[in-house]
Design a protein around this ligand. Structure first.
Ligand SMILES: C[S@@+](CC[C@H](N)C(=O)[O-])C[C@H]1O[C@@H](n2cnc3c(N)ncnc32)[C@H](O)[C@@H]1O
Length: 238
């Protein structure tokens, strides 16, 4: 199965493709000191909700990069009132831009596309101007398990902030999903994929969609719900 098709099914009805709510994401306006004239890069932008709502209100120049054409179709659907946005379809690893060229470099839920959190921070720092903002949202370990678990677990918030700081940015703010926010996001995927399976019983990918939905739901119940959270870190390059 094409994994982009899976995500197009699972996230068909949502515009914010991460566990944080719109109200909390609006805190980024202050934390990034958003204003006219800024250049913003959004890696793995998906439907680009944050970029689009900034461009509605400010004359920013925004660039979004994403692999999934169905998400970029949504991102491109409406011309923003104030800013200029361009969307680049393809893998982020093929995206080239001069060093120190963006005021804000953002990556919400797509650090895996740059080989994980540490290399994503390194990559983002190179493209941010000195004083510019780095905005990175990812899974965070909330509770260390009492018993050894063989599966991969992310860093906790202190370790994660340490990574950003060691790469030359001061972390000034965090925005975290609540347990209820994360549950809503996971349930949305589950609901949308099961509904699609009911409606496409003869589709050649029905089994594969169901298998992935079951695996993701199991991961949510066994690992995310007891141990993990999702946090956006905002740092400013020194
Ligand atoms: C969890 S979604 C987050 C979308 C958006 N940043 C948001 O928070 O609403 C991850 C996004 O990364 C994109 N993606 C996955 N691999 C990618 C790659 N190699 N290059 C660019 N984008 C990628 C997916 O298509 C998806 O839109």
């Amino acid at each position: 199965m094409d994994s982009q098709l899976y995500w197009a099914i699972a996230e068909r009805d949502i515009e914010i493709q991460n566990p944080i709510t719109d109200r909390k994401l609006r805190l980024l306006d202050d934390y990034c000191d958003i204003r006219d004239g800024l250049r913003v890069l959004d890696i793995g932008c998906g439907k680009a909700w944050v970029l689009r709502q900034w461009a509605e209100r400010y004359t920013i120049e925004g660039t979004g990069v994403d692999l999934n054409p169905s998400f970029l179709d949504v991102a491109r659907r409406k011309r923003p009132a104030a800013g200029k946005l361009e969307f680049v379809e393809g893998t982020v690893k093929n995206f080239r831009a001069p060093q120190n060229s963006f005021d804000i470099v953002m990556c919400l839920g797509a650090s895996f596309a740059l080989d994980g959190f540490v290399s994503a921070v390194e990559w983002m720092m190179a493209l941010a101007k000195p004083g510019g903002a780095i905005v990175i949202g990812d899974l965070t370990l909330k509770h260390r398990p009492h018993l050894h678990r063989s599966e991969w677990l992310p860093n906790d918030a202190i370790e994660t902030m340490g990574v950003v700081e060691r790469h030359g940015a001061d972390v000034s703010a965090m925005i975290s999903a609540s347990d209820a926010d994360f549950e809503r996001y996971a349930c949305h995927h589950r609901h949308a994929t099961l509904r699609w399976c009911r409606e496409h019983r003869d589709h050649p990918w029905q089994n594969a969609v169901l298998e992935k939905s079951n695996a993701d739901w199991g991961y949510y119940l066994r690992t995310i719900r007891p141990l993990l959270g999702w946090t956006v870190y905002v740092g400013h390059k020194r």
